[in-house]
Each structure stands twice: as C-alpha cells, then as structure tokens.
Design a protein around this ligand. Structure first.
Ligand code: 13P
Ligand code: SF4
Length: 376
C-alpha cells in the first residue's frame, strides 16, 4: 500500500499563509523603494535583517548579516532584536524561530519562499515510510539523519526516533555517529547529499537503496534489498543543484582548462566526481576568497551567490557552471525587494505579517535534533 495519498498531502507547507503583495507595492520606482526601505529600517531599531547567501543583491543590500542557513540561525539566536526579518526560505526561518527566545518574532517578507526539496518529505510520508520500514528491520537498527534543509516537523520526527540533523558541512560526521547507534541510516530529504557523503566515507553504490514515497511497497524496494542496504536515501533533491550535469564540467574544462570547478554536495554524484572540489556555500565562499589572484573559478551553486563572489573578488575570474537560468532558485527568488518593503513598513506600523511560529512540541524536539548535531 502506498503511504502517499494526494488528499492528505499539504503539498506546500505555509500555503495557508500565502498573502498577495498589496497592489500599492507593485511597480514602485527603484529609488523610491530604496528610500522607503531605508526609512522603515531606521524606524525599526529593534529589528535585524538576515539574508541568505542565495538572495539577490537588491534584497541583501538591506541585510545586517549574510550567511548560510546555519550561520543565519546562529545569528538569529545571538541577536537581541525583537524582530528577525528572515530573507531566505521557510525551513531556515523555522530554524531561526527554534533558536530564538519566545519574545522574538521571526518574519518572512513572503511565505511563498518555500524550498521544494524540504516539501518532498511530508510528515505523513515519512511516518508511513518509518512504519513500513520497521516492519522489515528492527527500529533500533535504523537511525534517522535529517538534513537541516527540512521542516521542523521532520527534525522533530528525527529526534523522536533517536536521530540527528546534519548540514552539508558535517554530514560525514553525522553519518559516522549514526552508524555507531545502529547499522542503518534513513536519510531525508536529499538523496544526492547522502550519496556523496556515503562515497566520502568509503561506501559504494551497492550499499544504499532509494526510498521513493510515491511507490506502493517499501519505497520501491524488496524486503531483501532493504535488509542488505546500509543507507536508505529518501527520494528528494534540490531542483537547482540537480540541474548540473557532468557534461557542464566537461564544457568548462574545454573552454577554460585552467579553471577550478567547485560544486555544492547537493549536486549529483557524477558532477561532484567530475569537479575539483565540493563544499557547502560557506566552503565555496572561503575557497574563492582565499584563492590566489588571477585564478579562475567555475561554481556549481545558486546564481546569486556566484554573482556576489564575482563582484567581491574582482582580482579573480568567477563564473557559473551553466547558464544563469539553470542556477536560479525559484524559492529564494520569491523574496523580492517589494515584499521586503511591505513587511518592513507593516512592522513599522505595528503589524506583524508572515510570522513563522513553529508548533511548541516540534520546536522542542527539533531543537534536540539540532543539539545532537552540534554535539557530534
Ligand atoms: P546552506 O545550508 O549552505 O545555506 O545551503 C542552503 C541551500 O539551500 C542549499 O541548496
Ligand atoms: Fe531549496 Fe535548492 Fe533552493 Fe536551496 S537552492 S532553497 S535546497 S531549492
């Protein structure tokens, strides 16, 4: 029996909270928008604006801090501002809400900024998969590991079942820890990050199966395949990073034989294998910033980070691994400067729009999964 039933899937977390941009915020001339955004920020002295590395310049120019998802959550936790305006995607804002105090408010300029990969592992699917899986292998043999790019409810499920979160920088440590707890890992939601990590640890393609929640039985696997696998990878992926192909790396090698190729570990295995380096957004930034003058870097990650690195490193040649459109995250793009202005002006008027408020039980458990990760 399939655990995936269209009628029961929410398909888009926060879809109930979607609000259209009021008409008066459309078509504001850029100069006026800039002035009004700065004026609203000046009025809001108890507010911090956080911007993810993948946000466009017209948004990040107003951010007090830029960073990757974990850095931003840490910054939110350390901030004593009452309002945390989070320019990223909703799962990141949830993490910020988890680590901030009760009286702090995490606000998204637009609720449409929801990561499709986080939405690929719905609670009902993961619960159903766990029930099916643990009929074939004992629950104590399986440790869930969940990428921080996931909703709080999945992090909570992970803690409830003895698992941990991980980021793209510490996934191999989390895997080693999980394999000390039991003999198998259920990894959600990004199959490519897991695939790359298990190879990094010396495992191979015979050691995992992919669990597709849309398949009828055992995610499309036989009981025997499940019993033999060390890693059970959820059928989820990032729509941006999955677009890169090994042929993109080959094309760069032809056109720029002296370029270094660095990609995010959410890319397919063959792309990571073809590249010179792989690493999280922070690793990519560090690598380019510390590279010698005159070096060339072709980068396989979201286009707005690549553009920023090109702008901030004029002594190096920095360019994307494929065309701009291929590298644009549509979820991140939902935060635009008009929505930011709207949220800030509403806040200055005393109205909180688009607050992220994680359920208390999920908050407590998700924090436990994050704490486990930090203790590994
Ligand atoms: P970071 O965790 O490096 O910020 O990555 C976020 C992301 O969305 C990657 O696709
Ligand atoms: Fe989600 Fe990928 Fe966009 Fe990151 S880049 S927010 S993982 S779709």
């Amino acid at each position: 029996m399939s655990v995936t039933d269209d009628a029961e899937l929410s398909l888009w977390k926060y879809s109930d909270s979607l609000g259209a941009l009021p008409e008066e915020y459309e078509d504001i001339p850029e100069e006026e928008r800039l002035e009004r955004t700065e004026a609203a920020l000046e009025e809001l002295d108890d507010t911090v604006v956080l911007g993810h590395n993948y946000q466009r310049h017209s948004v990040t120019r107003h951010a007090d801090h830029l960073g990757d998802s974990l850095q931003l959550s840490r910054l939110a936790g350390e901030a004593d501002a009452r309002n945390v305006v989070f320019c990223g995607v909703t799962f990141m804002a949830e993490t910020a809400d988890i680590v901030t105090d009760e009286d702090q408010r995490v606000i998204m300029p637009s609720m449409e900024a929801s990561c499709p990969m986080a939405g690929m592992a719905e609670d009902i699917q993961v619960d159903g998969a766990w029930n099916e899986l643990t009929e074939v292998v004992p629950a104590e043999d399986v440790t869930p590991v969940t990428y921080v790019n996931s909703y709080a409810s999945l992090k909570a499920f992970t803690a409830e079942n003895g698992g941990t979160c991980c980021t793209s920088s510490n996934a191999s440590d989390a895997f080693e820890w999980a394999l000390d707890q039991g003999e198998k890992i259920l990894f959600t939601p990004d199959k490519h990050l897991a695939h790359n990590t298990l190879h990094e640890l010396g495992y191979g393609d015979d050691d995992f199966v992919v669990w597709d929640p849309w398949e009828d039985e055992l995610g499309g696997n036989t009981p025997e395949e499940i019993r033999e696998a060390t890693f059970i990878l959820w059928e989820g992926f990032c729509q941006v990073h999955e677009r890169f192909e090994a042929s993109d790396v080959a094309d760069v090698r032809d056109a720029h034989p002296d370029a270094n190729v660095i990609v995010h570990p959410e890319c397919r295995r063959e792309v990571v294998e073809a590249a010179d380096y792989d690493g999280s957004t922070s690793t990519i930034i560090e690598k380019v910033e510390n590279a010698p003058k005159g070096s060339k870097w072709s980068i396989g990650t979201e286009i707005h980070l690549v553009k920023r690195l090109a702008r901030e490193n004029p002594d190096k040649e920095v360019f994307g691994l494929c065309g701009e459109e291929c590298m644009d995250c549509n979820a991140m793009r939902q935060i635009d400067p008009d929505f930011l202005l709207y949220a800030l002006e509403e806040l200055a008027d005393g109205n909180v729009v688009n607050r992220i408020d994680v359920d208390e039980n999920d908050k407590r458990l998700a924090e436990q999964a994050l704490d486990t990760m930090l203790s590994i």
